[in-house]
Design a protein around this ligand. Structure first.
Ligand code: ADP
Ligand code: ZN
Ligand code: ZN
Length: 817
């Protein structure tokens, strides 16, 4: 009998690939383990076993695997099912899902070296035969490669023998391989063994009386030991004793102190836990009861709670129940809402049960969380993370919370899989038979619709916690204000006075402008030329701080020229405005106020974002100017005024979701105002204050917004009742792209009829030197989405078999947003 495995390769291959394995290997291997396999001419890939079987592939001869990389699966069968669903639904390959689902460190390729352990005496009589062979080989050379060990013991799965040799201290591994992950070691100190007796210690302190610094270190060590039984870190001792590194080092050299290392997780929580759960008020309690009822019917449930209604406390209750049952809980948030504010709130209640999974964390930190979830460790019983946390190896998930479920950043844009984390979470919950709650102050049209038709359960909190009133929202007519010459730069008199009043009362202000930089366009007033990006069809944005013109699509930048590059006149002017300009104007209008800016440019680095939030929270600044980054999940106590510099830019997007988004964004920003007793004020500046969306925002009228938007979506066959797939084509040659997309669209129309729009250029039609063109496919409610996708895939096959179209990239975005 011959044995085979089907594996997933981390590349965009349509099918699983089959390799030959021995009987022993077949017995050892199971789905979810990694193997090294040769693929193509000379490359070795890390692949994942999908299935072990005995059916030889018909079309090719199966190669043998290179090696086995795991002793236990690192991916479980629920995950594999989930990946398959994502690949099918979002029209990508399971290999692409594999690549983005496991930490990069799990996919790396290189060599492990096995070294002789020179520090230990080896008793050869204790070695088994295979162990002896390796041991003997290492007497002749100092290091062996994995393949060499394989050859010596004549077996591919060498992990057992290596593990035994490591346990017996015969060999060491030099990890240069697959697992780039290195555990972090922390340096600790304790008193040397010789000084543990009291008499010796006294003598020591006597001796040290002439070395006050050293004696201070020893005394501090005692103090620390007296107050806490925990091991003492070297850094801690340094801080407390004021002793320098060299003082401690000389104590270690003398044997008075002893150093040792403990492996720690990088993502440790060190505070106290056991914060009391807050008692829910009647509205929260009602919502909690409704959710529990809905969970009993195994329904996905939507919690619609206005900003500051205390949704988090309701989540905490649900998590508490889940943890009590001994199950794992996952708390998903959009990246930008994943703040220390929220993390510490959860840690207060659940202490070290909470792990955080964040793209700003290092590979190492992510591997640690992955492994902790895999081993079902307590410290990862509750995981809070952004969309990719969905791919952690949960084995016993009891609850998923998707907070801010309306957020478009839950949808992965690039690369594939272009999945929506909320929807993929619903599927994951089903696979685990887990409860799932979607929460938002401004639910997506899709989720609210699902609740309306009874597909989802529904719970509501329509009041803010603690009788705090909803903010008072006022629309400011910019047309009128300009006509009456009441504008100071981009500030209406109304907004100016509002800020003045807030500052005088010692309160804080948030200003929102959805554009970073100083001005989006620089234009010559003589000839009309404006500098463009050489790689993209878009104007360069002026960043005054760096005196630069930058492209927000590809990062291209150049110094600002003194005169027009086209006509040479020194008549350059700016159009439009971004956060930088708002900040500049504030310096003149409110010279005494401390102002800060929060956008992509000021929040780079792991803690950039956090620092600004903390400083604002601690009232080190008066005014915070920012982009949509400041809309999410922030709970500032002292903000009495929120100003929206210009709402019009949000209304004018050529996208069927623009109005829904505008409503959500403005309501969320407005929700930052007045979260304590005093009623918050929101001023929205606009040239169209009578626009229905702005009216709905100002009257907190979600229901009208929903009804109107649903009606329009129905008229034009958009979601929620219909589905959309956007296909983007990319190529560097303009003409070829045009021809290719016409071909594809025609084939689509022949098969699918009238619900194919385009091809059309997107607003920015060239990015990084590639031209882009889109085709949009609408799939009406009654039409099978599965069959439609299959038809599109068939068309793609014939398309790519046409020679001159082979190099055109085709990108599917299912449920694109
Ligand atoms: P949301 O997430 O709905 O915007 P939060 O959960 O941030 O609202 O709650 C708003 C504020 O009200 C927070 O400061 C929170 O600590 C407080 N709060 C909410 N519920 C309670 C409660 N049951 N007891 C005490 N304080 C609460
Ligand atoms: Zn000019
Ligand atoms: Zn560019």
């Amino acid at each position: 009998m011959q044995y085979f495995i089907d594996v997933i390769l981390p590349i965009p291959l349509e099918k699983l690939f089959t390799y030959a394995v021995s009987k022993e290997e077949a017995e050892f291997l199971c789905a979810g383990m990694r193997v090294g396999v040769p693929f193509g001419k000379s490359k070795i890939y890390t692949a994942l076993v999908y299935r072990v079987h005995t059916d030889a592939p018909k079309l090719y001869e199966a190669k043998e695997i290179d090696r086995i990389l795991d002793e236990h699966p690192i991916v479980n069968t629920i995950q594999l099912k989930h990946w398959q669903w994502i690949a099918d639904y979002y029209m990508c390959t399971i290999g692409e899902v594999f690549r983005s689902a496991v930490p990069g460190a799990f996919l790396l390729e290189s060599e492990t070296l096995i070294l002789r352990n020179d520090k230990e005496e080896v008793d050869e009589s204790t070695l088994e035969d295979d162990e002896f062979l390796v041991y003997e080989a290492l007497q002749h050379q100092s290091a062996l490669k994995v393949q060499e060990v394989s050859a010596i013991v004549d077996r591919k799965n060498i992990l057992p023998v290596l593990n035994r040799l490591i346990e017996k201290n015969v060999v060491l591994l030099k990890e240069e391989m697959y697992e780039q992950y290195k555990p972090k070691l922390i340096r600790y100190v304790k008193l040397g063994k010789a000084y543990l007796e009291e008499a010796k210690l006294e003598a020591l302190l006597n001796d040290l009386s002439r070395a006050p610094k050293q004696s201070q270190v020893v005394l501090s060590l005692f103090q620390l030991q007296a107050t806490s039984k925990k091991p003492i870190k070297v850094t801690e001792l340094e801080n407390i004793s004021g002793g320098s590194k060299s003082v401690i080092k000389s104590l270690v050299n003398k044997g008075i102190l002893e150093e040792y290392f403990i492996r720690t997780d990088r993502v440790n929580y060190e505070g106290d836990e056991g914060g009391e759960l807050k008692a829910l008020n009647e509205y929260q309690q009602k919502a909690f009861d409704d959710i529990s009822e809905s969970f009993k019917e195994d329904k996905v449930t939507l919690l619609h709670g206005v900003t500051s209604s205390g949704k988090t406390e309701v989540y905490v209750r649900l998590i508490e129940e889940c943890v009590q049952r001994g199950q794992q809980a996952l708390y998903l948030l959009p990246e930008i809402a994943l703040t220390t504010q929220l993390i510490s709130r959860l840690q207060e209640y659940f202490g070290e049960l909470v792990s955080v999974f964040h793209s700003k964390y290092s590979v190492q930190e992510r591997v640690e969380v992955y492994n902790n979830v895999l081993l079902k460790e307590n410290k990862a019983q509750i995981v809070i993370g952004a969309r990719s946390a969905l791919f952690l190896p949960f084995s016993d998930l009891g609850l998923i919370i998707v907070d801010e479920e309306h957020e478009s950043s839950f949808k992965q844009f690039d690369p594939a899989p272009r999945y929506h984390a909320r929807d993929a979470a619903v599927v994951l919950a089903k696979l685990h038979k887990a409860n799932i709650l979607l929460g938002s102050a401004t639910p997506s049209i899709e989720s609210f619709y699902n609740a309306k038709i009874g597909k989802y359960g529904y719970a509501e909190i329509s009041r803010r916690y603690g009788n705090v009133l909803m903010p008072d929202i006022e629309l400011v007519d910019l047309k009128e204000q300009s006509r009456k010459r009441r504008m100071k730069g981009h500030f209406s008199e109304r907004l100016f006075l509002g800020i003045q009043e807030a500052l005088e009362a010692g309160e804080q202000v948030i200003l929102f402008q959805n554009r970073r930089g100083y001005a989006p366009i620089v234009e010559c007033t003589t000839c009309g030329h404006s500098p463009q990006c050489p790689n993209c069809d878009v104007s360069l944005t002026y960043h005054q701080y760096k005196k630069q013109l930058r492209c927000h699509y590809c990062g291209y930048h150049m110094a600002l020229q003194k005169s027009c590059q086209a006509c040479g006149s020194p008549t350059l002017d700016t159009k439009g405005f971004g956060t930088e300009q708002v900040e500049k104007e504030l310096e003149t209008l409110f010279p005494d106020a401390k102002t800060w800016r929060m956008d992509l440019d000021t929040t780079r680095g792991k803690h950039g974002y956090e620092k600004i939030i903390t400083a604002f929270e601690q009232q080190e600044m008066d005014i915070l100017v920012g982009t949509q980054m400041l809309t999410k999940g922030l709970d500032f106590r002292n903000v009495s005024l929120v100003g929206i510099m210009n709402a019009d830019s949000l209304l004018n997007f050529p996208d069927y979701r623009a109005h829904e988004r505008c409503f959500q964004l403005l309501t969320q920003v407005a929700g930052r105002a007045g979260r304590t007793k005093k009623r918050g004020k929101v001023l929205i500046q606009s040239y169209n204050p009578y626009h229905q969306i702005l009216q709905q925002v100002s009257t907190h009228d979600y229901d009208s917004m929903f009804k109107e938007q649903l009606y329009e979506r129905e008229q034009y066959k958009y979601p929620p009742n219909n589905r959309v797939i956007r296909i983007t084509f990319k190529h560097k040659e303009y003409n070829k792209l045009n021809e290719a997309t016409e071909w594809f669209a025609k084939a689509l129309r022949t098969t699918l009829g009238g619900n194919v729009l385009g091809p059309e250029y997107p607003p920015v039609a060239r990015v990084r030197n590639l031209y882009l063109k889109n085709v949009l496919i609408k799939i009406p409610h009654a039409q099978s989405a599965v069959k439609t996708k299959a038809a599109i895939k068939r068309i793609e096959k014939s398309f790519h078999s046409v020679g001159q179209y082979r190099s055109v990239r085709v990108i599917y975005n299912v449920d694109h947003i």
